[in-house]
Design a protein around this ligand. Structure first.
Ligand code: BG6
Length: 283
């Protein structure tokens, strides 16, 4: 399947046009920072297991007639732009509505996935634009699989005090009390700001629980040009919930920390756009 490779100051990312899925980010030290399952299927049909699948227009499957996490991650994207300057290299992929998408989601739209690679960071953003005449409801998310040495040693810092939906506990609403979230077993949580406004940062650090930071992650979202509280999903299935294309012990090698507009559906007015972004600084 076709990929686009972006290189900048010794760093490199590789993005599949299928799903617009970023499947590799190697920092200048040669270290791979993004996890892809050893059993990922690259058949141009099934979403790639790992990387950064792009979720739109639904998260999960509230609409059963549409695939889980929508169709963007299993659609063929096109290359819109490649630019480069001394500070960074930029790749833009696009996806528009088609007969196939309108059969599932009857609205004209444009999506843009922008990747900005610098010597010290990776920034990704997913912009959804309503190109039709009527409003539509949507959810969107960057489903980032961070490579980690061992999930049992991972701590996600920066979520204390936030509300979350615990999908592993029947969707119970809870409040995070821990200074750092450990991931010792199947974890599937949607952290959100109940006010729905960007009053709090959702920046997190993915760290080794006994030691240093691995990734400093700055998440953001806007809807209709205004900043919105970005939701953050933390997911690892362990063996218990590993899907078929993620055979154990592959779950040990990643943690998903996913910024999105997902806790509720958002309305996008004609001509308006919404963006979800993630800036990652690796250590
Ligand atoms: C997460 C969801 O974002 O993605 C989980 O919170 C889901 O509920 C996971 O299981 C993986 O989804 P999929 O469709 O890629 O298997």
């Amino acid at each position: 399947m076709d990929t686009v490779v972006l290189r900048h100051a010794g760093a490199e990312v590789e993005v599949y046009l299928f799903g617009g899925t970023l499947c590799s980010w190697k920092t200048a030290d040669g270290q791979e920072r993004i996890f892809v399952s050893p059993a990922a299927v690259f058949d141009g049909k099934k979403a790639i297991r790992g990387g950064v699948p792009l979720v739109f227009p639904q998260f999960g499957q509230p609409d059963k007639s549409m695939p889980q996490h929508g169709f963007a991650r299993s659609s063929l994207w096109s290359l819109k732009a490649l630019t480069d300057n001394a500070d960074h290299s930029v790749l833009v992929l696009g996806l528009e509505d088609s007969e196939a998408t309108r059969a599932l989601f009857p609205f004209p739209f444009q999506l843009e996935f922008t990747v900005v690679l610098s010597a010290v960071s990776l920034r990704m953003s997913l912009t959804s634009r309503n190109t039709g005449d009527s409003p539509f409801n949507f959810q969107s998310l960057l489903h980032t699989y961070f490579a980690v040495p061992s999930i049992g040693d991972v701590a996600v810092r920066g979520l204390a005090g936030r509300k979350f939906i615990d999908k592993v506990d029947g969707g119970a609403e809870k409040k995070e009390s821990a200074a750092q979230l450990l991931v010792p077993s199947f974890t599937d949580r949607v952290y959100s700001d109940p006010a729905g406004v960007a009053t709090e940062s959702k920046d997190v650090v993915v760290a080794n629980k006994d030691g240093g930071a691995m990734y400093a992650v700055s998440n953001g979202a806007t809807v209709g040009g205004a900043p919105r509280a970005v939701d953050v999903v933390v997911w690892n299935p362990y063996a218990e919930a590993s899907p078929g294309d993620l055979p154990p012990p592959a779950f040990e090698s990643f943690v998903c920390v996913e910024p999105g507009l997902v806790a509720t559906a958002h309305e996008l007015a004609p001509g308006a756009e919404a963006t979800v972004s993630q800036m990652i600084m690796p250590f």
